[in-house]
Every structure is written in C-alpha cells, then in structure tokens.
Design a protein around this ligand. Structure first.
Ligand code: NDP
Length: 446
C-alpha cells in the first residue's frame, strides 16, 4: 500500500513543484483515501484522486490600486476553482502577504472535502491576494477590494462560484467586494457569503466557524463520556474563529487560558470571561490593535512575545490562527502536560509530525476539514436564504449548525471508528471523498 501511495504522491508532486503546502494536504488525504479506493472496485482504476488533485481552473490576475500617498501599488489576485462536482465552487478569500498558489491550492483541496462533509451542495474553491490589509486605511482597503473585484466578477456568480471571508477578509472587506460586484453586474444576488445582516447576510455566520469547532469538540468529548465543562483550554489566534470558539467555550463552562496573534500569546490564569472577550473583540475588530494590549488592561495576565500558546498546560487545545502553527515539539509538550483533545479551528494548523503523535497516543484529534466546517455550512445556509429571499432567526440557524456538526461527527465515526478508537482524519477524508467521487463518476470524464 505504501508503494501505491508513494507512486501517486510522486506523480502529483512532479506536476506541482515547489508547492509544499499543497503537497502536505494531498499527502494527508492520500494516506487514508487510497487504501479505501483499493478496496472498492467502483473507484479503483478511475484515477479519481488524481483528478481531484488537479484544479478545474486557476485564475491569476493583476490588482493595481492607488494608496493614500497616491503611489501605485500592484498585488496579485487568485481564484482556484478546484471542484464543482457537487455544487458551485465555494470557499473563502484570504488577504495576507504569505498568500501564493501553493497555499490557495491546499486550501481549495481541503475545502472540496470539507464542503462535501457539510451535507450541503457546494463544490470547492479558494482565492485571495498577497495584499496586506494591516496598517492600511479603510479607503485603501476599499480601493483594493474594488480593483480585486473588477477582475474577479466575471468569473463568479451565485450558480458558479460563491466566495466568502478568510484570514484578512472579514465583514468590512466582504461589504466592499459585494458593493463593487453589484455595481459591475447590476444585480443583487447571493454572490458572496458573510455579508452584513442588512444586505443578505445570515445571522450566526460570523460566529459559525468558532461555534462549530466547539460543537464538534463537544461531540468528540461526549463520545468518550466527557465534557468541555470545567476543562482548561488553550486557543491560538484572536481573529474571527478564535473569538467565537472562545465565546462558545465560555458558554459551555470551559476555562480559556490563552489567545494569540503573530506577535505572541497572552495567558490569563483566571480564564478569559465574556467581558474580557468583549475587550479583545473591540481591540481586534474595531481598533485593529495587537494582543499585548490585553495585559495592560488585565495585569494578572502575561504576554509571551514571539511564542505560541502550546507550552501552557491545558486539557483541550484549539489552534485557530493559521497553517502549520503547531509542530511536533509543540505536540510533545501538549501530551506531556496531559492534553486530551485537539480541535483544529484553522486549516491544517497541525503539522504531520504533530498529528502522528496525537494518533500514536490515541488522544482525540479533529482535522479542520471536519471541525471547522461550520463556517462554510452556514455560508451554505446563507446561500439558501438568499435564494428564498428570506432570513431565518438566530435560533433556526444555530440549530441547523448544531445538526450539521453532529452529522459530520457521525460521518467520521462511520468511516473512522475501529476497535473503540476513532481516527477522525481517516473518517473525514473518506466521508468527504465518497460523495464527491460518486458525483464525478456519474458525470463522466470531464
Ligand atoms: P482572521 O484574519 O480573523 O484572524 C487570523 C488570526 O490568526 C489573527 O489573530 C492573526 O494574527 C493570526 N495569524 C495569521 N497568520 C499568522 C501567522 N503566520 N502566525 C501567527 N498568527 C497568525 O482569520 P480567521 O479567524 O477567519 O481564520 C483563522 C483560520 O481559520 C485560518 O486558517 C482560516 O483559513 C481558518 N478558517 C476560517 C474560517 C472563517 O469562517 N473565517 C472558516 C474555516 C476555516 P495577526 O493579526 O497578527 O496576523
């Protein structure tokens, strides 16, 4: 089996050179899905995973714009339209200086499996730019978004490709992007999700990814007759996902000790409560400040410059910042300190070395494509509400989100449970694969 997996990865690697993040994501899926393909005649010999690892379309374009000093700036924009077998391409836009084709292809590949798991009809895509919104004025961000959308608009649409937010793209950016799309197309449609509530956005969409991570984590704990209540929790990041994961942990009685950004992490021995979280939300979403401001406001907390939170003893770890932020050394420390559960809020935050250790020690580990699928799931619900020209209440959307996260957990059990141990990576990969593969086979070689 190892030989077949290696042959496959060599072939994908040969045609995607210098794309380490993309290869990391493909390898993680291949290791669990290829053994399944080999055992199932309908998939074997169809080159189905090779087809899934090749984007249907990749767009790359110039984004020129004028900054506040009247200097002309040039960025690169992308959209990777990965797979449309089960629905229109769907996935976020990331604005961050680290964005390149390898990062977006890994995210689009993951997204295809994740969207399949949600039970909703959405294909996989991802896009973004190497534009850095940090330190830019609102008008600069608006001009950038308008220039970006002026190229992108002809490639997307409510039945073709429906982008959303991701790192560096929140409610402000989605608003500017939507405004420009509407102006160019002269149409008010559900072409983007994560919109403001006054122009078609779904209630609970801002909360959905973070809440979903915690709903999924709670399901894993319950499956072992445990609970989040009373547990110590380390969260990384302090953006959209980290904020709402923290909020839901607080609501369920967990004690969140840490939050972070790219400058370091803060540790609050008393735990972050709702009032302290409101301070963080204002700091990050309105003032656009740095995390160390927390310790000026709450002096019992400490700031650890240039470090990640995984050295803090905790029972549950929720990495919610970015890819490869938790490595093998971090995993060893978490295990030594008695951590029993990891729920990935970010996409691919744990390195392969970290994941191997979690599996070897048989602790609970949820891969992002299962545990952070709540965001895109509620985006799918936003698309449905836009098509109906109707809005559901907070309770209705939250209930649907909880049902979807429970269904994803059940799918992971179906394909990943063996001898009392649940391999959530295997379960999520195979469950995500089966639906997309069946649709692709039915649609012929296209
Ligand atoms: P935000 O931009 O709101 O927040 C990102 C957070 O991560 C910030 O605190 C940021 O710190 C930190 N961060 C980003 N890059 C790095 C880095 N290289 N090193 C250390 N910290 C970093 O993004 P989101 O919360 O939306 O996204 C976080 C993760 O969750 C991403 O992996 C994203 O793909 C994933 N995700 C998001 C979904 C969503 O609905 N938003 C859905 C599913 C997954 P700083 O401000 O210093 O850069």
């Amino acid at each position: 089996m190892d030989k077949i997996v290696k042959q496959f990865l060599d072939e994908v690697s040969a045609r995607n050179q210098n794309e380490p993040e993309f290869m990391q994501a493909v390898a993680e899926v291949a290791e669990t899905v290829i053994p399944y393909i080999v055992q199932h005649d309908i998939y074997y010999g169809q080159n189905i995973l090779l087809r899934m690892a090749e984007p249907e379309r990749v767009l790359s374009f110039r984004v020129a714009w004028i900054d506040d000093q009247e200097e002309i700036q040039v960025n690169r924009g992308y959209r990777v339209q990965m797979n449309s077998a089960i629905g229109p391409y769907k996935g976020g836009l990331r604005f961050h200086p680290s964005v390149n084709l390898s990062v977006l292809k890994f995210l689009a590949f993951e997204q295809t499996f994740k969207n399949s798991l949600t039970t909703l009809p959405m294909g996989g895509g991802k896009g973004g730019s190497d534009f850095n919104p940090k330190g830019r004025s609102d008008t600069e961000v608006m001009r950038f978004c308008q220039s970006f959308m002026t190229e992108l608009y002809s490639h997307i649409g409510p039945n073709r490709d429906v982008p959303a937010g991701d790192i560096g793209v929140g409610g402000r950016e989605i608003g500017y992007l939507f405004g420009q799309y509407k102006r160019l197309q002269n149409e008010f449609t559900g072409v983007l999700t994560g919109k403001g509530a006054s122009f078609g956005g779904s209630l609970i969409r801002p909360e959905a990814t973070g809440y979903g991570v915690v709903y999924f984590t709670q399901k894993m704990m319950e499956h072992q007759s445990k609970s989040i209540k009373g547990k110590t929790i380390a969260v990384s990041g302090s953006g959209n996902v980290a904020q709402y994961a923290t909020e839901k942990c607080i609501q369920l009685g967990g004690k969140v000790l840490t939050l972070s950004d790219s400058s370091g992490y803060i540790m609050d021995p008393d735990g972050i409560n709702q009032e302290k979280l409101a301070f963080i939300m204002n700091l990050k979403n309105v003032k656009r400040g740095r995390i160390n401001a927390y310790v000026e406001q709450y002096p019992k907390a400490s700031f650890h410059s240039g470090k990640t939170p995984w050295e803090v003893p905790c029972q549950i770890a929720l990495p919610c910042a970015t890819q490869n932020e938790l490595n093998g050394d971090d995993a060893a420390i978490l295990l030594k300190n008695g951590c029993i559960c990891i729920g990935e809020g970010a996409n691919m935050p744990c390195t392969p070395e970290a994941i191997s250790q979690f599996k070897e020690n048989k602790i609970l580990f949820a891969p992002g494509k299962a545990s952070n699928a709540g965001g895109v799931a509620v985006s799918g619900l936003e698309m449905a509400q836009n098509s109906l020209r109707y809005s559901w209440t907070r309770e209705e959307v939250d209930n649907r989100l909880q049902v979807i996260m429970a269904d994803i957990h059940q799918s992971c059990l179906k394909y990943g449970e063996e001898n009392g141990y649940v391999d959530y990576v295997k379960g999520a990969n195979i469950a995500g694969f089966v639906k997309v593969a069946d649709a692709m086979l039915a649609q012929g070689v296209v």
